[in-house]
Design a protein around this ligand. Sequence first.
Ligand code: FES
Ligand SMILES: [Fe+2]
Length: 377
Amino acid sequence: MNAPNAPVALDVASLGAPMRKPLNAARHLPSEFYASSQAFRLDKERIFLTHWLCVGREEELPKVGDYFTRNVVGEPILVVRDGSGIAAMQNQCLHRGVEVVFGEGNARRFICPYHAWVYDVGGRLTRAPHMDNCTADLSAGQLPRLRTAHWRGWIFVNFSENPQPFDEFIAGYEAPLWFYRSDQCRLAGKVVVDVACNWKFVAENLLDIYHVSTLHANTFGKFLKNDKFDFQYIPGGGVSFEYESAPLTTDGSKAFAMLPWVQRGLGFAGKAAIFPNMNLSARADSLRMWIIWPVSEGRTQVHIYMLMHEDSFDARDFEGKLARYKEYMRSIVAEDQVAVESMQRLAASGRFQPGPLSHMEGAIHHFLNRYVELVGA
Ligand code: FES
Ligand SMILES: [Fe+2]
């Protein structure tokens, strides 16, 4: 018998069954997957603690001692360049677990803010003051390392002791994501947005081409040309597709130097998702990568990386163009926020009856089928 306050297990099989049907007969997921702490715990255990997760760009850490911190579904991590490369480790002091460093920057060592235990940039414990009487052997102290991998300029980590080999994981993405040669681009800027909804509403919204001409009618929606999409479904929950649109400026003109490998003209656009939380958008003159971090069942933080070709940076008034681009991006995100936060409020009320899907929601269907399969396993 369950203890009186034990959380009720989520019946993933029956709640997720309507989504497991073919696209033309499927229904969206019910509220429980978006607004319950049980689902959030499953998301963490079955997905975020077992999958390869993109945490940032290598070029964010050019010098020894450069670091940034992240919170991965409640797990604080530290990503740092030490003498031998980029390492990721749990950001929790070996004494009492306080985060040894916050934010980002450059350091020669990390000094825990609570009792001043000292770590070198590789996470080795080098000093523990006032511990001389203690019998514990601290000489091999090391912040626990996470597995890391690198792909086209991106840093990935995995919390699992026994993860899927990274090469095997990424192999399925290489061919369909031909247009994302992000290793040949440079990071121009980053926008971080906090959204009051579950992470999956953000992930789905970024794959939702159905809403674009409606919700974004006043911004980039007016440039969308198709309503048929050739979704390429990638095993493991990923997806990729191309369509006709325009670069992201208010008038549809290009703002930055063309990406030389995109031969299909100004109207080229591409969209992809690397499961679970990395979403990619390509235009003829720029790339954007969105990393989606769950904070709680009803809160999400999105990191938007803006990448351009090298030639863009030399253009006259590059800074001005970039500022306008960021502003335009924020206005588009604000449009999306209205919808995804509205869905979250209804999910929290528990009175939502999930509706059917359009053929334009095929990418969402593929993503959520993988999701239900994983959390129901
Ligand atoms: S918790 Fe870090 S030194 Fe005590
Ligand atoms: Fe949108």
